[in-house]
Ligand binder design. Structure first.
Ligand code: PMP
Length: 344
């Protein structure tokens, strides 16, 4: 009898082919058309599913990984979750060294997905032996038969998006995209997507979103690493205190910096106006769109694609907590946005 059951063989088959959704109310007063690539529709709820699956499958193709091998990575959470998910299905051990800046929710989630998690201090330099880079490197050296994904310095991170996100956006916009606006952390998303899109149409304008407290924008402009640019900030996954080789600075036309506060408010506004429950960096992208619009970057013919990297559920104890927002000084004392104060 013919098998008529319409089921995927496993969760990994759902990676990629995420929807592109028009933004309406939040961009109402801005010239141009804006479309959001909703990466939270990946089964691990972020764009990092693509990278984890791609890099692990490349290692399998090359015969580097065998059943029971250990996969090690540094991560702000999303990559770890994706690697843990892929490891479960494919039968690998997963060890993650994460920054103490990551939310408790994210760390608990990684452990729930079977990963062994080491929490490392956020505000030490990358070459400090306590940093999550150095911890991961050491664990890799100590664990026989392990692979280190090393997403900041792995070209395959770019290739994952070159082969998937780029072609998807080109197809979904019928080749009409004029601008791509995306966060840069490792740089894999923006670099791979932009590389593909610019091969199709070199006139597409690519704008990277960076954080105040990160070196990327200045490095892009001057070619110099300026440590004066580095200071702590709250957005997880955006910007960097080093120059990742997984960023192809050539395909990025310019960077724009956004603040923690405005990005948090922008994420909350996306939820309230578009009904899209997105993560902190999606707010950063939206804030960038506002700043770029104020500088007249777009006109009525613009077809702007923004990438919303992950889902809001990962930030319940941060940007979606009024208490957290207040504690950061992100609300002025007069108005707690959207909250009805009881009258007695
Ligand atoms: N947003 C979030 C929430 C992330 O975790 C990351 C990855 N660090 C990014 C954006 C940036 O993506 P990429 O690393 O591909 O530049």
């Amino acid at each position: 009898m013919e098998n008529k059951i319409k089921a995927y063989n496993n969760i990994l088959e759902l990676i990629g082919d995420t929807p592109l959704v028009k933004l309406n109310r939040i961009t109402e007063k801005l010239p141009g058309n804006f479309y959001a690539k909703l990466e939270s529709f990946n089964p691990g709820h972020s764009s990092k599913d693509r990278v984890a699956a791609y890099i692990i499958e490349e290692a399998e193709r090359k015969g580097i990984l065998t059943k029971g091998s250990t996969i090690i990575e540094t991560t702000s959470g999303n990559t770890g979750f994706s690697i843990a998910m892929v490891s479960i299905i494919k039968g690998y051990e997963c060890i993650l060294a994460v920054s103490s800046k990551s939310s408790k929710d994210k760390i608990d989630m990684l452990r729930s997905m079977g990963a062994t998690v080491y929490v490392c201090p956020a505000h030490v330099s990358a070459d400090d032996p306590r940093s999550y880079y150095q911890v991961a490197k050491r664990l890799h050296e100590e664990t026989k038969g392990s692979i280190y994904i090393n997403q900041y310095f792995n070209e395959l991170n770019i290739d994952a998006h070159y082969n998937t996100t780029g072609p998807e956006i080109w197809g979904q916009t019928d080749g009409q995209i004029t601008h791509l606006v995306a966060c840069s952390g490792t740089g894999g998303t923006i670099s791979g997507t932009a590389r593909y899109l610019k091969e199709q149409n070199p006139n597409i304008n690519v704008i990277g979103v960076d954080a105040f407290g990160s070196v990327l924008k200045k490095y892009h402009e001057t070619g110099e690493f300026d440590s004066n640019e580095i200071y702590p900030y709250r957005i997880e996954g955006l910007g960097k205190n080093l120059i990742p080789t997984a960023t192809d600075f050539e395909v990025i036309d310019k960077f724009i910096k956004v603040t923690d506060e405005e990005s948090a408010h922008a994420a909350r506004e996306i939820a309230k106006t578009e009904g899209m429950f997105v993560g902190y960096t999606s707010g950063a992208v939206m804030q960038a769109i506002k700043q770029l619009s104020a500088k007249r970057t777009f006109d009525e013919n613009s077809k702007v694609v923004v990438i919303f990297p992950d889902h809001g559920s990962r930030y319940m104890s941060k940007i979606y907590s009024d208490k957290w927002m207040e504690d950061q000084g992100f609300f002025d004392s007069q108005s707690v946005e959207g909250t009805q104060q009881a009258q007695f």
